[in-house]
Design a protein around this ligand. Structure first.
Ligand SMILES: Cc1ncc(COP(=O)(O)O)c(C=O)c1O
Length: 390
């Protein structure tokens, strides 16, 4: 008989904010309040930009309100028009940012081992109207940077990256933030690096950075001289304060995430049809996402597993489901897009993202793994007509 008491009395969330130092946050906010300088390129924003640029070894960091506006500004600065190739297997903001600016997103498929763009699929999607590639370092796994660079060079396309998941991550010995024409970051509260709402454009291109800075502030140079069309992409001092307060905790957070990831990998190994998406040891990782794959040979379905986790107050999530090409307006614009995206279609039905970060500890992960094991075993029993007492 099933025990209906949830394994956890309080919910364990995916993406619960990590707060390294609430005290430092309050101290920095008090400083901003006493200066009466709350936005418009304040000292905390500048300090955050300097620290991010230094951490990534990149020349310019332009702090922005959030990752979505950072994408929009980067797409504008890069001059992308016509069609841009993008994965469908990403958060909808990557794709919406293109369409919001009148650019047509064209979906390419992914490599099932990394969940990032497959360069061969990208090649197949290039037309006379293609002006660029917007690649994503999904789950903080680096996209195939060398291959994408080669495609972009051969076909004279502009390559930019959505690195919303990839703060503190490298592609071999080079930090993400240094690839393509520019990369965008998200510092949303649920991300590895939390500035409440926030993001940035990072680039080694002086002109790109100058134009991004202008566009983030309505195109103003000085007080009353507008030289370019722009928007409001400014980060507030309060967000910068949260970012600065969290900076000192990043190394510890990676250790916590790493220990959690290892505990999940150990626990899940041997469970039929379940696998935690591997992290390639050649690259630095922030271990921010623990991606459980419920493969075809698993006796339980992905949605059974999710339901059982949630019944036990483990608020795991089907991330990026359905994939972007199955969401509006893309679904109506091209109902057949999935035919060229077999890996995206397959993987989007397999993923469950599990809680990690400071919201969960290794003992709790043991309990989560027990829930997974019990769900799989119950499905085997159900299929074989039950073995209890046999
Ligand atoms: C891959 C990806 N791109 C872009 C974004 C947008 O970032 P933000 O929430 O900061 O606007 C997100 C955030 O959730 C994301 O996961």
């Amino acid at each position: 008989m099933r025990n209906d008491t949830p394994a956890f009395s309080e919910p364990l969330h995916v993406g619960r904010p990590n707060l390294a130092s609430p005290e430092k946050f309050i101290e920095l906010v008090n400083g901003a309040l006493s200066r009466k300088w709350l936005s418009n390129d304040g000292p905390l924003v500048r300090e955050l930009e300097a620290q991010v640029a230094n951490y990534l070894g990149v020349k310019h960091c332009v702090a922005i309100t959030n990752g979505t506006i950072a994408l929009e500004i980067a797409i504008k600065v890069a001059g992308l028009t016509g069609e841009v190739i993008v994965p469908s297997w990403t958060f909808i903001a990557t794709v919406h940012a293109l369409r919001w600016l009148g650019v047509t997103p064209v979906f390419a498929d992914i490599d099932p081992e990394t969940h990032c763009l497959d360069p061969e699929s990208v090649r197949r999607k290039i037309t006379d109207r293609t002006t660029g590639i917007l690649a994503v370092h999904l789950w903080g796994r680096p996209a195939p940077v060398a291959e994408l660079e080669a495609v972009a060079r051969e076909r004279s396309l502009t390559l930019i990256y959505d690195a919303a998941h990839a703060f503190g991550v490298s592609a071999e010995d080079k930090m993400i933030g240094n690839f393509g024409k520019a990369e965008i970051l998200s510092f949303h509260a649920t991300k590895f690096f939390n500035a409440i709402e926030g993001g940035a454009i990072v680039t080694n291109d002086d002109e790109f950075a100058t134009r991004a800075r202008l566009m983030r502030n309505f195109g103003f140079v000085g007080e009353d001289h507008v030289v370019i069309e722009g928007t409001n992409g400014k980060m507030s001092e309060i967000s910068a304060a949260m970012g600065l307060a969290n900076f000192g905790g990043l190394a510890d957070l990676i250790d916590v995430n790493r220990a959690n990831y290892d505990a999940y990998v150990r626990g899940v190994s041997g469970l039929p049809g379940l696998r935690v998406l591997e992290i390639d040891a050649r690259h630095l990782s922030n271990y921010q996402y623990v991606v459980l794959l419920v493969e075809e040979d698993c006796p339980a379905t992905r949605d059974d597993i999710l339901a059982e986790l949630r019944r036990n107050n483990v608020l795991a999530r089907r991330y990026f489901w359905p994939a972007c090409h199955r969401m509006e307006p893309y679904k109506s614009l091209d109902p057949e897009a999935g035919a060229d995206l077999p890996e995206t279609e397959r993987i989007s039905d397999q993923v469950v993202v599990l809680p990690t970060g400071t919201a969960v500890n290794v003992d709790e992960i043991g309990v989560i793994v027990d829930i997974l094991r019990n769900t799989v075993e119950a499905s085997v029993n159900h299929r074989t007509g039950g073995t209890d007492g046999a």
